[in-house]
Design a protein around this ligand. Sequence first.
Ligand SMILES: O=C(O)CCC(=O)C(=O)O
Length: 233
Amino acid sequence: MESTASTLAGQADQLAATLEADGLAVMPGTVDEQTLDEARAELRRIFATGGAGFRPIGCEGGHGYLAAVEAVRAQLTSALTVVEVPLFTSVATRFFARLGQPCLLNHDVIVTSDVAGTRHYARQPHFDLRPHLKLFAYLSDVELGNGPFAYVPGSHHGNRPGQDQAVRSGELQPFAATRAVDPGSLQPVVGPAGTVFIVDSSLIHAGSPVERGERLAMRFRSHYQSLRHSLEV
Ligand SMILES: O=C(O)CCC(=O)C(=O)O
């Protein structure tokens, strides 16, 4: 019988290959209902109180808060069990090995609630200013009408040279360059609550508008140590 370690390594190899080819890979597995309920309650408490250690990220008509994970760990005990899993660590380690630079795994977290009319900077197709790996988790069912994350498969390849250069030099590209992109054909990621996916931030992507219901989500960012997020969006 195959050992757990070699099964994990095989899954991580496969996910890392999908991430490399497409720029996005959906993690296998499901999250149990109790964990989802508790994680949702944790996010609702942050939205209701403003959450000690979090700061708002400029989201009109919805909620969006950002924090360093270590500063808010106690407020996200169930939410963190969804994403602090060995499979992600294995994939992320493979991803960051490409440039041979040290990284900070799950360094910061953004928790959001998008409803009809919510507006924020991520509606516009872009790639991210600071190259990183994003771990995205839906805590509500996400269908076409309620704001799926959308991306152009393979578009990270075109943006990579500039982003790799940013990592090597420590100099970010101009913000405007990250928005002057051809949105091509954005493909939505739909899935039930508990869907978790990994995104190469060099990918062209956007948050689709919500037409009905709510999209409750969290995203964790893993950074090259040299270009860690300064906790600005
Ligand atoms: O909210 C979304 O679906 C998109 C988020 C996004 O663009 C980002 O994290 O850079």
